[in-house]
Design a protein around this ligand. Structure first.
Ligand code: FAD
Ligand code: NAD
Length: 468
């Protein structure tokens, strides 16, 4: 078997893996990256970027349809139609440009990219089944092993994927728009894509097991989204259990919190109930690493329980966000190069691209109270801002403690991730108190709340994000 030696071996070419590789190469570390599928991982191929592209297209169509009726702006169009196949081709073009760009950046920095599936032999040895047909497997030996294999979608045992039951991957490449879509899960994907399909013309019903939509965010931020779903005509059922498809396969059987059963007619069912770290099928068990639930356990430098074996991104659990994977990847590369770095989870912002959007950074009010922090609260109504009157509703909330204490910043409003970027929401938690943090700090690229612009990629002259 062909054997190849490297200092750093990275398994997985998603935002965690490719940013780590570019940064390591910039720092002079001999780096090899193994990717079994397409560079860019979930984020660029079947996640952040394609979903944001469809969000943009659906919003443009929705606005255009709006202009066929009365318009306060004075804009009128005769009629609106959408060629969904063309929309999907446009989205695929963006994805191809970005994944190609990642490949070019890796090459430019001298990262050796091996196309194939990696299987761990031990903490310093990995075998790769090459993607090229009939190629002999190759063996790679390394000093540092970085695991960045990402996550996979979770299915419902009583309603497996297939036929009408689809995951976000299929939902991002629709052949046509179903008349009736049932979405299971009112989290990030369920609501971002549920709103897309509603704006494209589907009747959308969302079924959520918990008693709130977006249960990860606090009520204050979620309320404007709930109101918008009502305005858009999206039906939401909270506290429901999904039992499976009916016998005819054309409706979802559900049970409400009083155990009453009913059926929801569905031409398609999008199951979006979370993702799980990809820990199986590539020999990870050989290393017997410490786990935290279904995720790999890491410390605040992304070290696993084995020396010189590191893990980043979705493989290490929630929050499963591209810019978190990127920040971790960049940090690990810098630590290996001899720099002193620690990961500050509070500095990772979150953006939910619903309509309106939600942006948060830092500790939530509940968590800050639990931690006994002496906090200052501030609310600012967007409605009082001239620019906001044209696009953005609701308000901006900030919460701070004394300088250098963690704080929370939350926004709910039309395109509020931009406001977040402008006001430094993305860097708040790392920067300090309310007076220092909420003013004029501009975001560093890896903290922009969408998968795309990594620090290393940006430093290397390529911002691969911002589809909106
Ligand atoms: P991944 O991106 O999953 O990459 C892992 C890579 O490893 C894959 O390319 C895989 O093929 C490869 N791999 C796995 N095993 C092996 C092996 N044995 N050998 C070789 N290669 C292997 N996050 C945001 O921050 N903002 C968003 O707007 C956003 N939107 C999303 C929308 C959707 C629909 C989805 C599904 C996710 C979204 N995310 C978003 C989450 C984001 O995509 C992930 O957090 C991010 O991609 C995780 O990066 P990663 O590098 O850890 O893993
Ligand atoms: P999620 O965790 O955001 O939401 C899943 C939802 O499904 C939750 O509300 C949960 O209560 C609900 N649920 C779980 N089991 C259920 C059941 N049996 N019946 C009904 N409801 C059920 O997960 P997701 O939306 O699938 O997204 C996966 C990951 O991708 C997330 O971790 C997220 O971080 C990431 N993501 C991020 C963005 C973004 O940053 N804008 C966008 C999309 C996805």
């Amino acid at each position: 078997m062909d054997t190849h030696h490297t200092t750093l071996l990275i398994i997985g070419g998603g935002p965690g893996g490719y940013v780590a590789a570019i940064r390591a190469a910039q720092l002079g570390i001999a780096t090899t990256l193994v990717e079994g599928d397409t560079l860019g991982g979930t984020c660029l191929n079947i996640g952040c970027i394609p979903s944001k592209a469809l969000i943009h297209a659906a919003e443009a169509y929705h606005q255009t349809r709006h202009f066929t009726g009365d318009s306060t702006l004075g804009i009128h169009v005769q009629s609106a139609s959408i060629d969904v196949a063309q929309t999907v081709r446009w989205k695929d073009g963006i994805v191809a440009r970005l994944t190609g760009g990642v490949g070019a950046l890796l090459k430019k920095h001298g990262v050796k990219v091996v196309k194939g599936w990696a299987k761990i032999v031990d903490g310093k040895t990995v075998d790769v089944t090459l993607a090229k047909p009939e190629a002999e497997p190759t063996r790679i030996q390394c000093e540092h092993l970085l695991l960045a294999t990402g996550s996979v979608e979770l299915g419902l045992p009583g309603m497996p994927f297939g036929g009408r039951v689809i995951s976000s991957t299929q939902a991002l490449s629709p052949a046509n728009v179903p008349a009736k879509l049932v979405v299971v899960g009112a989290g990030y994907i369920g609501l971002e894509l549920g709103i897309v399909y509603r704006k494209l013309g589907a009747d959308v019903t969302v079924v959520e097991a918990k008693n709130s939509i977006l249960p990860l965010y606090d009520d204050e931020l979620v309320k404007p989204v709930a109101a918008s779903l009502r305005r858009l005509g999206v039906q939401v059922h909270l506290g429901y259990k999904v039992q499976g498809l009916n016998a005819a396969g054309d409706a979802v059987r559900v049970q409400d919190n009083a155990a009453r059963e009913s059926e929801l007619a569905a031409d398609q069912v999008l199951v979006a109930i979370g993702r799980v770290p990809r820990t199986h099928g590539w020999g990870l068990e050989q290393l017997m690493l410490a786990m935290q639930g279904r995720a790999l356990k890491v410390d605040d430098q992304c070290r696993t329980s084995m020396r010189n074996v590191w893990a980043i991104g979705d493989l290490t659990g929630e929050p499963m966000l591209a810019h978190r994977a990127m920040a971790q990847g960049e940090m690990v590369a810098e630590i290996i190069s001899g720099k002193r770095r620690h990961f500050a989870p509070n500095a990772i912002a979150a953006v939910c691209f619903t309509d309106p959007e939600i942006v948060t950074a830092g500790l939530s009010p509940k968590d800050a109270d639990k931690a006994g922090l002496d906090c200052i609260h501030a609310h600012f109504p967007f409605a009082a801002n001239g620019r906001a009157m044209t696009r953005i509703d609701r308000w901006f909330r900030a919460r701070g403690g004394p300088p250098r204490q963690p704080l929370d910043c939350g926004l709910a409003g039309g395109r509020c991730w931009r406001v977040g970027a402008e006001h430094g929401v993305f860097t708040l938690a790392g920067d300090g108190g309310l007076s220092g943090g909420c003013g004029r700090h501009h975001p560093r690229a890896p903290h922009i709340g969408r998968g795309g612009a990594g620090g290393s990629a940006a430093r290397a002259g390529a911002c691969v994000a911002c589809v909106r």
